[in-house]
Write a protein that binds this ligand. Structure first.
Ligand code: HEM
Length: 398
């Protein structure tokens, strides 16, 4: 089904942070829209769940699906692979990021958050992205990757550079690619050293080195590199930064919300889940059917690109009452209902850690800062990558 009267380009970053109105129109008009020839955007929660429940038919698409992609198969991110390869590697990351392991990290995460907040709490103003959202994920994920400590503070720059693959300016793309290549060269060195030694600490690098298939075949160095750097570093950095930025932006934008959460800490988790719903950092992801199929009666040819409109599903009135409102009263079911971490076999493997980081970040701020508002001169400027939702800065006063 296509509706030429509703113009929407999900690859145009300037449309993404203002797309809630147009997504509502598309959702109302139907569950699937062929926005470009062979490119189908799915708007409603019900159909997105159906698609995610059929990973054999709807296989993983590339993160930048319509551009030429010259990467060999062993350089694909986990979120771009399918079973059995996906199952094998996911087990490694899921082991390191399991809920019990993440629970054990709580003292460290609380400690990091307290230190970061201490550094700005007496200043009277802060940028919640630069002061908290950026340094936190690197400090938390760094030690579990196995990459050297001096590289952890570069995680954000590496993620930014990796995302610039989609930038229209060729000069910026070249500079970013050089940064990514240097970091990757350092990571390859680290992989080789670990393979050559008998040192096997409990981290992602060890898990990837020891990961074998049923025939005893180990991962290639390219695969270890991509899962270590793109899945852990990029996957765990940029997204968490924006969750934290969007969380504080929502609390400042909603009258009384900061005070209410401060007075009742049981609402901290609710604020995090509601941010994942209404302003989830990941707005869209892609699937490619391996055979001719259909979605809600709409024929979808083999090899078409199917866009999962997670942003749209997160405001689907069939699932969420007053879906455009940031509400702290949606109850504990919300965490299982929203699409902030996706759905199905590719559900974010870092979800428990991301939740912990956001909860600890908010708790640490509430501990030190009695009230918070946007800085008067702050204006919303979005990040460059179309898939992401979030501002580059969240300037606040307190
Ligand atoms: C707020 C923070 C985060 C958000 C919003 C987020 C979002 C998502 C989403 C929506 C997916 C689903 C992909 C799909 O449907 O194809 C996903 C998958 C994934 N995420 Fe996250 N993520 C976050 C944090 C993290 C962290 C902390 C890590 C690692 C340390 C991580 C690593 C991954 C990986 C490896 C996948 C692929 C999983 C698979 O294909 O099985 N993410 N994430």
């Amino acid at each position: 089904m296509s509706d030429a009267t509703i113009a929407y380009n999900p690859f145009d970053p300037s449309q993404v942070d203002h797309h809630d109105g147009v997504l509502a129109q598309l959702r109302e008009a139907g569950p699937v829209h062929e926005l470009l020839p062979g490119f189908f955007y799915v708007t409603r929660a019900h159909e997105i769940v159906e698609i995610c429940r059929k990973p054999n038919i709807f296989q993983q698409g590339r993160f930048i699906p319509l551009e030429e992609d010259t990467r060999p198969a062993d350089e694909l991110n986990l979120g771009e692979t399918n079973p059995p390869q996906h199952t094998r590697v996911r087990k490694v990351l899921a082991g390191v990021l399991s809920p019990p392991k993440v629970r054990a990290m709580e003292p460290l995460v609380r400690d990091v958050c307290a230190g970061l907040v201490d550094a700005f709490a007496d200043r009277g103003h802060a940028d919640m992205i630069a002061d908290l959202g950026v340094p936190l994920p690197g400090a938390v994920i760094g030690p579990i990757t196995g990459l050297p400590p001096e590289s952890h503070s570069q995680f954000r720059a590496y993620s930014d550079a990796y995302m610039l693959r989609a930038d229209p300016d060729p000069e910026r793309v070249r500079a970013a690619a050089a940064f990514v290549d240097d970091f990757d060269a350092m990571a390859r060195e680290c992989i080789r050293e670990r393979v050559a030694s008998s040192h096997r600490p409990d981290d992602v690098l060890t898990g990837l080195i020891e990961c074998v298939d049923e025939t005893g075949q180990a991962l290639t160095e390219n695969q270890i590199l991509v899962h270590l750097t793109k899945d852990m570093v990029v996957g765990g950095t940029e997204t968490t930064t924006h969750l934290i930025g969007n969380l504080f932006a929502n609390l400042c934008a909603t009258p009384g919300a900061y005070q209410r959460v401060r007075a009742d800490r049981s609402l901290v988790a609710a604020a995090v889940e509601e941010t994942l719903r209404i302003a989830g950092p990941v707005q869209i992801l892609f699937r490619v059917p391996g055979e001719d199929t259909e979605i809600a009666g709409c024929p979808i040819p083999k090899d078409a690109t199917v866009a999962l409109g997670y942003a749209s599903a997160n405001r689907d009135p069939a699932l969420f009452a007053d879906a455009n409102e940031f509400s702290l009263d949606r109850g504990s079911e919300l965490r299982k209902q929203h699409f902030g971490f996706g759905y199905g076999i590719h559900l974010c493997v870092g979800a428990a850690l991301a939740r912990l980081e956001a909860v600890c970040a908010l708790d640490a701020v509430l501990d030190r800062i009695p009230d918070m508002t946007f800085a008067p001169d702050w204006t919303y400027q979005r990040v460059a990558f179309f898939m992401m939702r979030g501002p580059t800065r969240v300037d606040v006063r307190f």
